[in-house]
Write a protein that binds this ligand. Structure first.
Ligand code: 13P
Ligand code: SF4
Length: 333
């Protein structure tokens, strides 16, 4: 159910959020796909792996998670003693929806000699059924640590799984889920855009289908794409991922030009994640004020899900600190 904040007319939301953050001893964590005003007020902005690490390491009493539900659940699994609020509890994910736990359990049972390497974009119940969780920035590092003859199920993103299989030569059984946002990019429109910007490289997230990734000069996580934006030699970059990430690029590189890759009609908003967009400043304010909506996870389930997340955090250690753009700003400290 969507949490309905009170009418907030007349309130200085930034100042109120700042006041509540201090009163509550709260930390505001935000994903790069959040609205610019949320990224700007967050204590830390990051990709899925870095946000998990921050959630685990923080000594705040409250985590206000500006992202989607599986991310806030991850924070709660790793930091059960903290209050974790998500401004809008309806902020789900099409990848999570594509992988119901009962069907995933049946898939696992049908392949008892395979381990389940699972993308973090899934429910706590699917994490509990998995052996190792990966994010897009840690998947290759973790895959390289698994024996070459180890049979692997990869879910729920068939595009990320397919990309990893092509890149590493590993044969993996793929769960057929997709991200509706990254599926919506159009190859035809992308090529038309490249003609308008000759020489402009394309940076793409591995949740994109192969037909888009085949044109990319760089493929990587949101953090990886930000690193590429800092190092590519030209002045224009085409960005094939959720366009709110461009806010961080423009903040750090105001003299460069960043263009979001187009969707099917060349001019749609279909690449804005509708789930991420549910979080607003008003709802963030209300979440800090009311300490609701709160993530709660049954303890038995939490402990099972934590095992596969712990495996990720220890196996992904090699990806620490690779060119992070750093916190987007912190007000008041
Ligand atoms: P990363 O930030 O880990 O690249 O993941 C992107 C994503 O799918 C968020 O939903
Ligand atoms: Fe899920 Fe895609 Fe939105 Fe990320 S961008 S939260 S993968 S629907």
């Amino acid at each position: 159910m969507t949490h309905q904040p009170n009418v907030l007319r007349g309130l200085d939301l930034r100042a109120e959020i700042d006041r509540l953050r201090k009163d509550r001893n709260a930390v505001i964590l935000a994903h790069y796909y959040q609205k610019p005003e949320i990224q700007d007020i967050a204590d830390f902005v990051g990709d899925s792996l870095d946000l998990s690490r921050k959630a685990q390491a923080t000594d705040a009493d409250v985590i206000a998670f500006c992202g989607v539900r599986f991310m806030a659940e991850t924070a709660k699994i790793l930091s059960p003693q903290k209050i974790v609020v998500l401004p809008d509890m309806d902020a789900g994910c099409s990848l999570e929806d594509s992988c119901p736990p009962d069907q995933f359990a049946a898939f696992r049972s049908a392949h008892p000699d395979h381990i389940a390497l699972t993308y973090i974009n899934c429910s706590a119940a699917v994490k509990a059924l998995s052996d190792v969780i990966v994010t897009s920035s840690s998947a290759e590092t973790i895959l390289a640590k698994l024996p070459a003859d180890q049979k692997i199920i990869f879910g729920p993103d068939k595009n990320l799984g397919g990309y990893l299989a092509r890149k590493t030569g590993r044969d993996m059984l793929l769960w057929p889920g997709v991200c509706i946002v990254h599926e919506a990019f159009s190859e035809t429109e992308l090529l038309k855009l490249q003609l308008l910007h000759p020489g402009a490289p394309i940076a793409a997230h591995p949740e994109c289908p192969a037909v888009i990734l085949d044109h990319a000069d760089y493929v990587g996580s949101t953090r990886g794409i930000l690193e590429f934006a800092q190092s590519f030699p030209g002045d224009t970059l085409i960005v094939a991922t959720e366009p709110h990430i461009i806010h961080q690029m423009e903040r750090v590189l105001p003299n460069k030009h960043f263009i979001g890759a187009p969707g099917a009609d060349g001019n749609c908003n279909c690449n804005i994640c509708p789930y991420m967009a549910l979080n607003t400043m008003e709802k963030l304010y209300a979440a800090l004020r009311d300490l609701e909506p709160r993530i709660e996870i049954e303890e038995g389930l939490r402990l099972k899900a934590k095992k596969s997340l712990d495996a990720m955090l220890s196996m992904a250690s090699a990806t620490i600190g690779q060119g992070d753009l750093g916190p987007a700003r912190v007000t008041g400290d």
